[in-house]
Design a protein around this ligand. Structure first.
Ligand SMILES: [Zn+2]
Length: 251
């Protein structure tokens, strides 16, 4: 299996890093995790062909994680896609994401390929492909927004994830609210981990590493002005690695 980092930047648009996004792939299935603003160009830069992607998982509805979705679907159509595209989205925002696509005038009959929305539910395993699954657990990233929703109609799912590919467990923090969210999958043996760096202190990330001891912990969602490598103590530098756009890891 491989992890390909498509973008490793934060929510701030940057010339050095695309918005945070990566691909997890085994021989049979290529899953894109997040499709924020600029994702189509980021995939071009990483030399990933649009139609090689089998499914897209949206972690939450911040623009740096989902705003590029309709434009990526347009690119797939222009590249004459025929195969179904799976969309993994939490059940509480599945309709919003479907509406976003429809409101962008992307109708299945015109696309010539099927959009297959797969609901993610709290703590339940969704099958991605053969020997490839994902589990969603709610984190606290969006908690601070809830009080601003005067309509009381919005939903606030935001996930941390456990990907299991060929029996290898990969923890992905997603965007989180605090270091406590890094512990959401402490009941699993984690083989590899990917953590964001914008909403959590490096000391918390190192604490997580020392507790969970993944083989490698990759850092992403890195601000341009963040001197990330300097923040990682020398003794951890072969175990805690700041990812960069285009980094491909074979496992
Ligand atoms: Zn973000």
């Amino acid at each position: 299996m491989k992890i390909i980092f498509i973008g490793t930047g934060s929510g701030k648009t940057s010339l050095k890093r695309n918005h945070s996004s990566f691909i997890i792939t085994n021989r049979r299935y290529k899953l894109l995790v997040d499709a924020g603003d600029g994702i189509s160009k980021a995939l071009l830069m990483a030399k990933v062909s649009y139609n090689s992607i089998n499914g897209i998982l949206i972690t939450h509805l911040h623009a740096d994680h989902y705003a590029g979705l309709p434009s990526l679907i347009v690119q797939m159509k222009m590249n004459k896609r025929r195969e179904q595209l799976d969309l993994f989205v939490h059940k509480d925002i599945a309709k919003t994401v479907s509406d976003f696509i429809h409101h962008s005038y992307l109708f299945e009959e015109k696309l010539n390929f099927k959009l297959n929305v797969i609901d993610l539910k709290e703590n339940s395993e969704a099958e991605v492909g053969e020997k490839f699954s994902v589990k969603f657990r709610q984190n606290s990233h969006l908690d601070e927004y809830i009080k601003f929703d005067r309509t009381k109609r919005l939903e606030f799912p935001c996930g941390s994830f456990l990907f299991t590919v060929n029996n290898i467990n990969i923890f992905y923090s997603g965007d989180i609210g605090s270091g406590r969210d890094l512990r959401l999958f402490d009941d699993y043996r984690i083989n590899y981990a990917i953590s964001e760096t914008t909403h959590v202190e490096m000391s918390e990330i190192i604490k997580y590493y020392l507790n969970s001891r993944p083989k490698i912990l990759f850092l992403t969602h890195i601000s341009e002005e963040d001197r990330i490598r300097n923040k990682i103590q020398r003794i951890y530098r072969d175990k805690i690695i700041a990812a960069y756009d285009g980094l491909t890891v074979s496992i």
